[in-house]
Design a binder for this molecule. Structure first.
Ligand code: COA
Length: 327
């Protein structure tokens, strides 16, 4: 796959709601245990948005974090892309709401993108393309999810996994030292019914949809899809880039399940020490897990300028998407 870049990430921020939902709390809600959840998924806690807190509220807070920590002037931003599967409204888009709430200039474009848990990586690819083709200089990429509002807290198959939060990065033009080296994506639309939430068209497959407007998943099928597809795709992306695993400083996969992540890492040669996740204390926050893991690592001083990072998202769709970049 041909890949060109004239852009790099120059700022990052994140936000998580205050309320913590621990495994112990879940023990009181469904037939489960802290031990089972930690062993099978690696998750200990997740954050839950307030009753009146929605995706745009969290997106604004993540952007405020980015702006305050990196002195970004929002008047210079050409385009806002929001990756989410839990928008406040069908229309206006979350990016529109953020634009209005934060007083962005009228010359700033807005666009929402739905690629489920792969959304952030797809959005980065779009941002890179908009800059590399010359149309834009600065693109703000936001992921924000309020999965707690589409989670059935009587279903132990799903409610133990999901959490809420938001992350944001600024992608800007850099002709001399572009920061993206390779990209990849793929999808299996025929398996979309293995992980879905109903919408206007109602139930995807009547016989399988037990709940309306809640996330449904066939955990085993999703697990199998990821284990079969992601390692081969990461290898293909690395081949395209001409890079080896030794040259990659950090592997940042979608934080869905620690066992799954370690199994992928083993197949492609990334140790747990080289892997960044946001899983343990924030759970699976869909498109947010990757920017949240990056933001937490940046705040902890783990990310150093020049380090090479491999991102790989996967999930609803079923979709998957990767990028190799330089910090
Ligand atoms: N607590 C306790 N027991 C549970 C449980 C829970 N929360 N959820 C399921 N179980 C039970 C099952 O009922 C089953 O019992 P049985 O053997 O008596 O029927 C047993 O545990 C094993 O269930 P299984 O579904 O085979 O567990 P698993 O090891 O596959 O783990 C997931 C389940 C959901 C954690 C795992 O399949 C997974 O993470 N899949 C990927 C999901 C994902 O990442 N989705 C988002 C992608 S973006």
């Amino acid at each position: 796959m041909n890949f060109i870049s004239r852009a790099r990430i120059s700022a990052i921020g994140s936000y998580v709601p205050e309320r913590i939902l621990s495994n112990k709390d879940l023990e009181k809600m469904v037939d489960t245990s802290d031990e089972w959840i930690v062993q099978r998924t690696g998750i200990r806690e997740r954050r839950i948005a307030g009753e009146e807190e929605y995706v745009s509220d969290m997106a604004v807070k993540a952007v405020e974090d980015l702006v305050s920590r990196f002195s970004v002037d929002i008047n210079e931003i050409d385009l806002i892309i929001v990756a989410t599967i839990t928008p406040d409204y069908i229309t206006p888009s979350v990016s529109s709401v953020v634009h209005g709430r934060m007083n962005f200039p009228e010359t700033t474009g807005v666009l929402d993108l739905n690629a489920a848990c792969s959304g952030f990586v797809y959005a980065l690819q779009v941002a890179n393309s908009m800059i590399t083709t010359g149309q834009n200089n600065k693109v703000l990429v936001i992921s924000s999810e309020v999965l707690s509002k589409i989670t059935d807290y009587t279903d132990r198959n799903t409610c133990i996994l999901f959490g809420d939060g938001a992350g944001a990065v600024l992608v800007e033009r850099d002709n001399e030292n572009p920061g993206f080296f390779a990209a990849y994506y793929g999808s299996q639309g025929k398996s979309g019914n293995k992980l879905y939430c109903t919408g206007l068209a109602g139930k995807i497959e009547k016989e399988e949809a037990e709940k309306v407007n809640y996330l449904y998943q066939d955990g085993r099928a999703v697990y199998t899809f990821v284990i079969r597809t992601v390692p081969a795709s990461v290898k293909a992306m690395m081949e395209n880039s001409g890079m080896t695993t030794d040259e990659i400083d950090w592997f940042v996969p979608h934080s869905a399940n620690l066992r799954m992540i370690h199994s992928i890492g083993e197949k492609i040669g990334f140790t747990p020490e080289k892997t960044l996740t946001s899983l343990e204390y924030f759970g699976n926050t869909s498109s947010v897990t990757i920017p949240l893991a990056l933001s937490e690592a940046e705040k902890a001083g783990k990310l150093k300028k020049g380090q090479k990072i491999l991102l790989y998202g996967f999930g609803g769709g079923l979709t998957h998407s990767g990028l190799i970049l330089e910090w």
